[in-house]
Ligand binder design. Sequence first.
Ligand SMILES: [Zn+2]
Length: 452
Amino acid sequence: MHLPSLIKRHLRGTSAGTSLRLSHHHWIALTVCVLLIGVVFGLTAPDAAATRSPTLIHMDNGSERIALPLPLPPGDSRLPSATELQPWQALTVKRGDTLTLMFARNGLGGKPLQELLELGKAIEPLAQLAPGQQIKIKLDRAKQLQELTYDVDEKSLRVQRVQGRLQAANINHTLETRPAYASGVIESSLFQATTQSGMSDNMTLAMADIFGWDIDFAQDLRVGDQFAVIYQEQFVAGEKVRDGTILGAEFTNRGKTYRAMRFVDENGQVSYYTPEGLSMRKAFLRTPVKFSHISSRFSVARYHPVLHRMRAHQGVDYAASTGTPIRAASSGKIAFKGVKGGYGNTIILQHAGKYSTLYAHMSAFARGIKQNGAVQQGEIIGYVGRSGLTTGPHLHYEFRIGGIHKNPLTVALPKAEPIMAKYKPAFIAQTQRLIAQMGVFKTNTQVALNAR
Ligand SMILES: [Zn+2]
């Protein structure tokens, strides 16, 4: 039945002489029709708004992100089963809060708290409250606890009064992982741009980590640099609980575009590679220590006018406070560990191929570091100090190729190993899917931008 046309027919009149002179029965029918229309529209309107088509959210800076609307999760709108129940109250956890403090603050310190604590191990999640979380409770008129819910990510604690006694249940919800896309242009700072694109600070740091071998995020960024990231978000019952991992990313720095794709090998080792399968990492860290400044640079041998002898500085001095950890620039074998004249406490590492690195003036060696032992890239081998001939605490660092000293600040560092041949077909297939997926996100973004 088509309601509007039915009403029109009534208003026009269906037989001669009755037009606009509606009988008592007609008025009732009309009223019912209007009410029905109201009901129908009332029911359908919110449904229509909650379609599952992706929505593009425009940010002020021209960046955008795609949101997939979801049906609202079942809320706490259940009707009270008995009239004496009070509505749900949400208690928010403050810094330093405990369950006892929270209940006392809300006037529930006596019997309600006692009854809850008697549930023992079943309410263990309430022992690890974090600021900002909420405990929802429902009391009856006599201030007896009837229900309690506490949700943290995919875990829920449900306490309910059944036949006069509280019972607790811990529920593990299914964690759903969905891809998300964020892109933007840097206008003032990296974090300003990524935040506007909807990325969390953790995601931003993860992205900087991936490209950190090629781009110095502290010094190299320029206005106009662009990024695009496809990453995972984890949901419980339609609500985002946390970020997952970055699947693929693109960063354009000063006109040069870098791309990184994630791959997990059969041992669970996660690495990022270029779409061609080359490692995003270098085989060597550019700097093996977090330093305050470079106190002496590399210089080739030259005749010293005062000392009247040849003098050169065959490494770089990184000034840092005593005790700052020193890391192995690359994986390798400890070729020397000990005191080496004016170098003081020194370690020399022999790396794959013809590379070796030297670390001098250490205050101490790291525990477990042994002559001829193996070290991994980034592993702490010792600590900054001033042993040997120095004027202040610093790391003297040398980089040699085939026994010849190179400037550690400018030497072209070899890339880490590319993806293993046996993984390459799987990696290429996965990368093609990912690039296609990024393309779809990008196109949707562009279409929405043009429609603006
Ligand atoms: Zn030096």
